[in-house]
Design a protein around this ligand. Structure first.
Ligand code: MG
Length: 419
């Protein structure tokens, strides 16, 4: 037999087969000789804390054998998070945490028969994935955006959700000047109102002329009450039918809205596309759509002018970034929904910094300003309507447990963790 370089190598390695098979040997040589040593972390435990601020939010902590921890946050469908994190921990404890996307993918595949297409499963996985990114950043001494390809911008534009029940009454008179003075360049108001006396049927989704007149009056009041330089978005929370959606979108055209949000529920993408084609008012949706596959349908059907994945439930930071890049291929802007604490919001900032088509990020704690300003040790993170992209490792903010505990959900545990 002719001796080649390959056969020589094979014969030289033959006695070492088994424990020293080529892949294992190659890994051992690489580990021993690489100048670039990664920290060899192991996950030792996971714990959760549930809070109730804008709906239920779950905070997730990952503990490691070297004292480093990571923290993430999930929202809305977060109520099942403690039980799901407990079930994920059987897979995670003892594992190296730095291959974030691979861990996410394995947990998602494990859950295919357990609802891993959306809802509570993906929401819990989102919070866990954010905690893994925080940990990876701290372990590698880099901010998360740097691990996501770097940043396109140094600060992220925020919009203020005004969270008003009474936009053209006392509440509007109090909040609207504050939004302008705080320096926001965009805001959002709600126009759905189940208590509207003009409503004829408490169940159906059809707004009467009286209800539509009230919506237009409120939009006009808010539009005229804040400077023209502040963009105005309007939310219908998916409470109406396609007929109403079209009528409201057309009636709103004179206000040149930043967007009209979820005129109809999110399940029927064709109905959303039909409304979009009927109006010049930009249509935005996506806060109740999960994963790349949900957004692939939305984009392929040209159903939205702007997409708004909720990063704390859509699948996490990597998933949101992939969705933003998919949208960019359709020249569609990315304006994430966000109702979480400064921890989750700052995690979202890293994604917003790392994609070209970012438009604006939501801030929804106007009714919880004291909690917001003290929730993390860094204090207030919004300055004149923007958040500076942080250069600290990981997410870049640390929860002040004493303050956050004020919002603890009754009966829920607070980061109970066995070592
Ligand atoms: Mg909404």
């Amino acid at each position: 037999m002719k001796t080649t370089r390959r056969s020589l190598l094979r014969s030289a390695l033959a006695p070492a087969a088994g424990a020293f098979a080529l892949p294992a040997l190659s890994r051992a040589i690489q580990a021993a000789t690489s100048t670039y040593q990664r920290p060899k972390l192991k996950i030792t435990g996971l714990a959760t804390a549930m809070v109730q601020v804008h709906g239920p939010q779950a905070h997730i902590r990952i503990y490691t054998d070297q004292g480093l921890t990571g923290q993430g946050e999930s929202t809305d469908a977060a109520i099942g998070t403690p039980a799901l994190i407990h079930s994920f921990s059987r897979f995670l404890i003892g594992r190296a945490p730095l291959n974030v996307d691979a861990i996410w993918e394995q947990l998602r595949r494990f859950g295919i028969f357990a609802g891993a297409q959306g809802g509570q499963y993906i929401t819990a996985l989102s919070g866990l994935e954010i905690a893994l990114w925080d940990l990876a950043g701290k372990a590698l001494n880099l901010p998360i955006y740097q691990l996501m390809g770097g940043k396109f911008r140094d600060k992220v534009r925020m919009y203020c959700d005004s969270d008003m029940k009474d936009p053209d009454g006392a509440e509007g008179q109090r909040k609207l000047p504050w939004i302008a003075e705080a320096g926001f360049t965009a805001m959002k108001m709600d126009i759905d109102d189940a208590r509207d006396p003009a409503r004829r049927d408490p169940v159906n989704r059809t707004a009467t002329n009286g209800e539509i007149d009230r919506m237009v009056k409120q939009m006009r009041f808010v539009r005229d009450s804040v400077p023209k330089s502040i963009d105005l978005a309007v939310d219908m929370h998916g409470f109406y039918d396609a007929l109403t959606g079209k009528r409201v979108a057309q009636a709103a055209e004179e206000f040149r809205l930043l967007w009209l949000e979820e005129p109809v529920p999110p399940e029927n993408i064709d109905a959303m596309a039909d409304i979009r084609r009927s109006t010049h008012t930009p249509i935005c949706c996506g806060e109740n759509i999960y994963l790349r596959w949900g957004f692939a349908e939305l984009l392929e059907k040209h159903a939205a002018d702007i997409i708004m994945p909720d990063i704390q439930k859509v699948g996490g930071l990597s998933e949101a970034r992939k969705i933003a890049n998919m949208a960019d291929a359709y020249y569609i802007p990315f304006a994430p929904h966000c109702v979480v604490s400064p921890v989750g919001t700052m995690a979202s900032v890293h994604v917003c910094a790392s994609v070209p088509n970012f438009l604006v990020l939501e801030w929804h704690w106007i009714n919880h300003r004291d909690l917001w300003a003290n929730w993390v040790k860094e204090g207030e993170i919004i300055d004149k309507g923007y958040i500076a992209v942080p250069d600290r490792p990981g997410i870049g903010v640390e929860m002040n447990d004493e303050v956050a505990k004020r919002a603890q959900m009754p009966g829920a545990t607070w980061f109970e963790h066995k070592t």
